[in-house]
Design a protein around this ligand. Structure first.
Ligand code: ZN
Length: 421
């Protein structure tokens, strides 16, 4: 491989783009509201497409409404090296979540283009459709759309067919959005950490080991509703007392089992929820996450055992129903190594960590070599108007992305089909 000039991104230009994009859907408090398929989302999509064209990319849209900017390689027959993220936000979002990944990808191509550098592989910068709610864009690309259209309908009742049509997609042709390893050799996403680990440890870059798998369970505790005055303690079947023990058991299992799992009971509803009545029924919801599917399964077994014991001592029934299961996606070892080496060459401190939030990369990693780069989130805040990553930190992440792409280009040129992890 020819030695490439030492390229680096333009920090001012990258951050100007971030601010310009944040003007669309800007909230009075400084946050951003740009829900997928909204007018603001449409305007942002147009702006990003125009930047892609200016940067030297051709732009197309797939059936899922994903925007795919492509910067040709020296071999246009080679599989693409892809990056990207999303530009839709939660109702009160920040300006970095998702946008940094998309704009860093465009900035990387601007730098290559203005230095007349073509990689062997084409580069693709992808804006995925509706990451924040349904992840429909990335799922379609991975061929993982298993649900019918009703599942993807918006909260206001608008059908997904209408939404996709609005942005140039086509629900009836969704299968055409599927990609494979022969078309996309690797996918690397830059994202803000959305947590406080990097800041706490004083690391500039996070080398993501993978995106955790997730289980959600609905738990129903059934006891017997009765008079709070006339029912002696030893004759009660108090569903809330049992539910309280369920909450503590979930927490204790997460705290005391060796590993990095997190488990939360974030929802509880007691019935009839009256001061003078022994609660007859309680609904709880559990969220459980870890990087290892086998470990997740063992934690679920532990929970079931504990719940059975609680049911026996409290004379209640405890039912546990799975409502969501997302498999973990591990980063490809050679992509992680490449990101780590880029940090070492740049003299940036780094840390390996899992991503405990879902990302577009989670779906992309189901069919191609995946990696993720994190930059710190100030105070660990995200999905908030107070989300902040400094201009320098954004540029550091974008530079690691650029150097990772330069290195991967050589690796895949030599061995176009590296084995998946
Ligand atoms: Zn995001």
């Amino acid at each position: 491989m020819a030695v490439l000039p030492m390229l680096s991104v333009n920090c001012d230009r990258l951050n100007r783009s971030l601010f310009q994009l944040a003007e669309i859907g800007k909230l009075p408090n400084g946050g951003v509201c740009r829900l997928a398929f909204s007018t603001e989302d449409m305007l942002a999509r147009q702006l990003v497409q125009s930047w892609m064209v200016e940067a030297g990319m051709t732009v197309r849209m797939d059936a899922a409404g994903n925007i795919i900017g492509r910067y040709g390689g020296r071999s246009d027959r080679a599989a693409a090296l892809a990056t990207g993220s999303h530009i839709d936000t939660v109702p009160v979002g920040g300006r970095y979540d998702g946008c940094l990944g998309v704009l860093a990808g465009i900035e990387m191509v601007r730098v290559l283009n203005e230095n007349d550098v073509r990689l062997y592989h084409p580069i693709e910068v992808i804006v995925f459709t509706d990451e924040e709610r349904s992840v429909i864009g990335a799922k379609a690309m991975a061929g993982e759309i298993k649900e019918g259209p009703d599942y993807y309908a918006r909260l206001d009742g608008t059908s997904i067919q209408t939404c996709l049509q609005k942005i140039g997609g086509d629900w009836s042709n969704l299968a055409a959005a599927k990609r494979d390893r022969a078309r996309v050799a690797a996918f690397v996403e830059l994202h803000v950490e959305q947590g406080g680990v990097l800041e706490h440890e004083g690391a500039a870059i996070g080398v993501v080991d993978g995106i955790v798998g997730q289980y959600r369970f609905a738990v129903t505790v059934t006891g017997r509703m009765n008079h709070a005055g006339t029912t002696p303690m030893h004759l009660r079947k108090d569903a809330l007392v049992a539910a309280a023990q369920v909450v503590l058991a979930v927490n204790s299992i997460a705290v005391n089992t060796p590993g990095e799992q997190v488990a939360t009971v974030g929802f509880i509803e007691a019935s009839p929820n009256a001061t003078n009545t022994v609660p007859g029924k309680v609904d709880l919801r559990i969220d459980l996450r870890d990087l290892s599917q086998a470990h997740l399964e063992s934690l679920v077994t532990l929970m079931k055992g504990e719940f059975a014991a609680i049911a026996a001592t409290t004379h209640t029934q405890i039912e546990m129903r799975e409502t969501l299961h997302i498999l973990p996606t591990l980063a490809a070892p050679h992509v992680k190594d490449t990101i780590q080496k880029a940090c070492e060459s740049a003299g940036l401190s780094y840390l390996h960590l899992p991503s405990r939030a879902g990302h577009d990369a989670q779906e992309m990693g189901r069919f191609t070599d995946m990696g993720m780069i994190f930059v710190p989130s100030q105070d660990g805040l995200s999905h908030s108007q107070d989300e902040y990553t400094s201009p320098e930190q954004c540029a550091q992440g974008a530079n690691i992305l650029l150097q990772t792409f330069l290195a991967l280009d050589g690796q895949y040129a030599i061995r176009p089909t590296l084995p998946s992890p």
